[in-house]
Each structure stands twice: as C-alpha cells, then as structure tokens.
Design a protein around this ligand. Structure first.
Ligand code: AP5
Ligand code: ZN
Length: 216
C-alpha cells in the first residue's frame, strides 16, 4: 500500500508510522526526521534546512521533493510506503503525482489526522525523542521506563529544538495556511480518510487499520 499521513504538529504521525511500518513491512519516509538527520550531520542541505526548521517554517519545495524522489528509488519502497510529513504544500503533492505516474504507481489512501489545535501544546511540550531511531515518548502519555532514557538502546532522549510554544505557533500557522489545501486536494481525488487523532494511540491504530483495509 502507498499511504500518506497528514496532520498538524503533534497529531501522532510519528507515533503511528512505526506501527504501520512493522505490521505491514512498508517503508517509512518522514521528511522531518530526514531533515533533522541532515541538520545533525551539518550537510549543506542541513545547513539550509535548519534556518527554516528553527523558526517553524517550511523548507523549500525543491529541497524536500528532491529528498523524497531519491528515497522512493530505494528497493524497499517499491512494495509500498508511508509518507509522514510529506506532501505539505500543493506543489509537493503535484510533484509526488508526477513521480508516481512515472513509476506507474498510485496512492491508496491519505489519512487525515483530525485534532483540535488546543490539544497539541501539551503533546509537543511533553515530547522526548530518541534521535537515532526517531522513537518518541511523552512525559505524561507515553513515558519511557526510565525518565530521559530510550527503552530499547538505553541511550539519552532529547527534546526537539522546535518543540516549544513559540515555534509551535508558527508550525501551526504553516499547517493551516500551506497544508490544509493539500487535504482538499486529496479529498477531491477521493483518497481521503479522516482519523480521530485525539483518541488514545491504540484506538487511533485500530481506526487506521480499518481505513486501510489490508484485505483488499
Ligand atoms: P516534522 O518532523 O514533520 O514535524 P511536524 O509535522 O510538526 O510533526 P511532529 O513530528 O511534531 O508531530 P507528529 O505528528 O509526528 O507527532 P508524534 O507522533 O511525535 O517537521 C519538522 C519541520 O521540518 C517542519 O516544521 C518543517 O520546517 C520541516 N519539514 C518537514 N517536512 C517538510 C515538508 N514536506 N516540506 C517543507 N518542510 C518540511 O506525537 C507527539 C507527542 O504526542 C509525542 O510525545 C507522543 O508520544 C504523543 N502522542 C502521540 N499520539 C498520542 C495520542 N494518541 N494520545 C496522547 N499522546 C500522543
Ligand atoms: Zn513527526
């Protein structure tokens, strides 16, 4: 299956993606994780991306489209993929359509994570991540076994530089202005499935399974 996850910062894209990836052996491409890796490596791409990310603004379409185009060529992405955080503008969605058309592939579903803005601040400010794997925890909703430590590797957890109230405000603004039109774009194509993202993680997972219907 070829699936896109769309939703505001903190809606649960990064929490649900690894579950889908594991249960269905799909490749998981998260542009935010890829950009953060580039920033950490201080690559030329990372240096450019950092300026936008620290302010909660979007990185240029050309840059992220290039990253996805390259990643979709991985053999592991041939069978199916989960796009987490891409496309975020209508231009990105159109470019993705072109890339897939060239490969003779088409999207199966776009999952729209519905959630009120008011819930997101608590989710974002309580999040801790394991940078190497992208695993995320929450001090209240999904605490690690030992505070500040990754359950699996025993390595230290960190907070993302953009996970504060001021930057969250600008990320939400980018979402409403630039990404909302992408939701309408896929609705018109009949690909959209709405997910109640305010529910508990396991309830959200079940709703996703139902929307994707892997028996087909
Ligand atoms: P990105 O990394 O994609 O950030 P985002 O979209 O703001 O989304 P988040 O990662 O914050 O949220 P999430 O939905 O993954 O939430 P999570 O599951 O972790 O992008 C970062 C930046 O990169 C952008 O601002 C931009 O600059 C740039 N960028 C990336 N893609 C781009 C693109 N395509 N074009 C241009 N620029 C791009 O959950 C959050 C917390 O809540 C966690 O602590 C979790 O444990 C908890 N939680 C999750 N689900 C639940 C639940 N059901 N109940 C209670 N708690 C929950
Ligand atoms: Zn994420």
């Amino acid at each position: 299956k070829r699936v896109i996850l769309i939703g505001p910062p903190g809606c649960g894209k990064g929490t649900q993606s690894p579950i889908l990836k594991e249960t269905h052996c799909l490749c998981h491409l998260a542009t935010g994780d890829m950009l953060r890796a580039a920033v950490a490596a201080q690559s030329p791409l990372g240096v450019v991306a950092k300026q936008a990310m620290d302010k909660g603004e979007l990185v240029s379409d050309d840059l992220v489209v290039g990253i996805i185009d390259e990643a979709l060529h991985r053999p592991s992405c041939k069978k199916g993929f989960i796009l987490d955080g891409f496309p975020r503008t209508v231009v990105q969605a159109q470019k993705l359509d072109e890339m897939l058309a060239k490969r003779g592939e088409k999207l199966d579903k776009v999952l729209n994570f519905n959630i009120a803005d008011s819930v997101l601040e608590e989710r974002i400010t309580g999040r801790w991540i394991h940078p190497a794997s992208g695993r995320s925890y929450h001090t209240k909703f999904a605490p690690p076994k030992t505070p500040g430590i990754d359950d699996i590797t025993g390595e230290k957890l960190i907070q993302r530089k953009d996970d504060n109230v001021a930057v969250l405000r600008s990320r939400l603004e980018s979402f409403h202005k630039q990404t909302s039109p992408v939701i309408s774009y896929y609705e018109r194509k009949g690909l959209l499935a709405n997910i109640h993202a305010e529910k508990k993680p396991d309830v959200v997972s079940k709703e996703i399974e139902k929307a994707l219907d892997f028996s087909k």
